[in-house]
Write a protein that binds this ligand. Structure first.
Ligand code: CA
Length: 239
């Protein structure tokens, strides 16, 4: 059974989410504060995906996801933000959330996003059928190793744990290697977000990837900026 942890303080909304998620066949745990959710997880509670409200009494959702990320990269986190403010979305992604949905949201969209996060989780799972892994679970380039199953990147500068969306983005860039990809394309293809959204969230993820991969993140050699377009991944840059 797939377990969903819902962190939501508005009782009627939490109840509605529980009802609908259970109708989809998920096991649902509801916590009404971030502290309760973290404590539940620390005491053996297991979630395959977390639906986390941004505005919570006590620790807000952004703080909760940041704490959660210290313990695990594997749990996909979908943040619910009260407003469509780009700064909230950015803040969510910066804290380590994998996806976000603005309130009020359409239930069908929420369920689709949850399914999409769970599918992504599957490709890091050893039991995933081979066909779902679009490329080898381990990718090597220029002395660096990306282990998509362990969500780990080993580079000259050290070993880094990736979040699922960092790994998804990297996988996307690798799949399009040598070709420029636009921020809009990335939003649509990697996050399933509308391309007209603020794209700074993508830049933020790129900064994070560069920190892992590049010897000098401000002078990237692998994840290049294509001015006016977006980014281009070059696995073996010329010396
Ligand atoms: Ca709330």
């Amino acid at each position: 059974m797939t377990a969903v942890l819902v962190v939501e303080d508005e009782a009627h909304l939490a109840q509605g989410l529980r009802f609908n998620l259970e109708a989809e066949g998920y096991t649902v745990t509801v916590c009404d504060t971030g502290e309760a959710a973290l404590s539940w997880l620390q005491h053996g509670g297991a979630a395959d995906v977390v639906v986390l409200d941004g505005m919570l009494p006590g620790q807000d959702g952004f703080a909760v996801v940041a704490t959660l990320r210290k313990a695990s990269n594997f749990v996909p986190v979908l943040m619910l933000t009260a407003l469509h403010r780009p700064e909230d979305v950015l803040k969510g992604f910066e804290s380590g959330a994998d996806d976000y949905l603005a309130k009020p949201f359409d239930l069908k969209i929420l369920l689709a996003r949850i399914r999409s996060l769970l599918r992504r989780k599957t490709w890091v799972n050893e039991t995933a059928p081979a066909k779902e892994i679009a490329q080898p679970a381990v990718y090597e380039f220029d002395g660096k190793v990306v282990d998509f199953r362990a969500l780990e990147l080993r580079a000259g500068t050290g070993s880094f744990k990736l979040t699922i969306m960092e790994a998804e983005l990297l996988r996307y860039l690798i799949r399009h290697q040598g070709l420029p990809v636009s921020r809009q394309q990335i939003l649509e293809d990697v996050w399933n977000l509308p391309a007209d959204m603020d794209t700074r969230a993508i830049d933020n993820f790129i900064v994070r990837l560069r920190r892992y991969i590049e010897a000098e993140p401000t002078r990237p050699r692998y994840v290049l900026t294509v001015r006016g377009v977006g980014y281009r991944f070059v696995p073996e840059p010329a010396q």
